[in-house]
Design a protein around this ligand. Structure first.
Ligand SMILES: Nc1ncnc2c1ncn2[C@@H]1O[C@H](COP(=O)(O)OP(=O)(O)OP(=O)(O)O)[C@@H](O)[C@H]1O
Ligand SMILES: [Mg+2]
Length: 189
């Protein structure tokens, strides 16, 4: 199964994947593809958006590169594509990590390379469900995890539960989208 693990920057994707990599049992089952690392390391971008201080990923090249990587994996391994663009690539399911915009501001505020404007832009995108909407436009199997009051190990367990349920043909109802409403947090200073 190929899963996209996405979410607004700061929702904890890399942290979750770090735990999966360190866990001997999980590591055997789930192969993680770090999309940010691929885009930057292999220069799979078309340019830099100076105003927003982000690279514009070349999605066609990234998709080709990911396909090639997956084709070399041992049979039977599940793939977790990790990154805030992962939901734009073909996948069997998309898991969106969510965090309350105020919690996100706190998390991103600690990043030295994030300006105040960039923190705010991401908090607003989270409040507006931007990634969830983009995901739902592309895939029928979309799930979300509200990480706000969860520690990262609990988030890992939720990710694993969603993937294993889907492999058994079950819908993990608890994680179906629609329970989160942070619209009142848009534009808060
Ligand atoms: N469940 C959590 N609860 C509290 N803090 C968390 C949680 N998960 C991650 N964090 C913290 O939030 C920050 C961002 O986490 P992380 O780098 O994993 O996010 P990300 O989704 O990978 O972001 P990006 O898209 O920018 O790579 C880190 O400081 C991390 O320690
Ligand atoms: Mg990350």
């Amino acid at each position: 199964m190929i899963v996209a693990l996405t979410g607004t920057p700061g929702t904890g994707k890399t942290t979750v994947c770090g735990i999966i990599r360190e866990h001997s049992q999980y590591r055997k089952q789930y192969s993680i593809i770090d999309l940010n690392k691929l885009v930057l390391g292999e220069k799979l971008y078309t340019g830099k958006d100076a105003a927003r201080d982000t690279y514009e990923a070349d999605m066609d090249k990234l998709e080709e590169r990911v396909k090639q990587g997956i084709s070399q994996l041992p049979h039977g391994m599940d793939v977790i594509m990790e990154g805030h663009l992962s939901h734009l690539l073909p996948a069997d399911a998309i898991i969106v990590l969510r965090a309350h915009p105020l919690a996100l501001r706190k998390r991103l505020g600690k990043r030295k390379d994030y300006s105040f404007a960039k923190v705010k832009e991401n908090a607003d995108a989270e409040a507006l469900d931007v990634i969830l909407v983009e995901s739902a436009e592309r895939n029928k199997n979309v799930f979300e995890i509200n990480t706000t009051d969860m520690n990262s190990l609990a988030v890992v367990k939720s990710v694993v539960l969603i993937i294993e349920s889907l492999k058994q043909g079950k819908i993990p109802e608890e994680y179906l989208p629609g329970k989160i409403n942070w619209i009142e947090q848009v534009g808060i200073e």
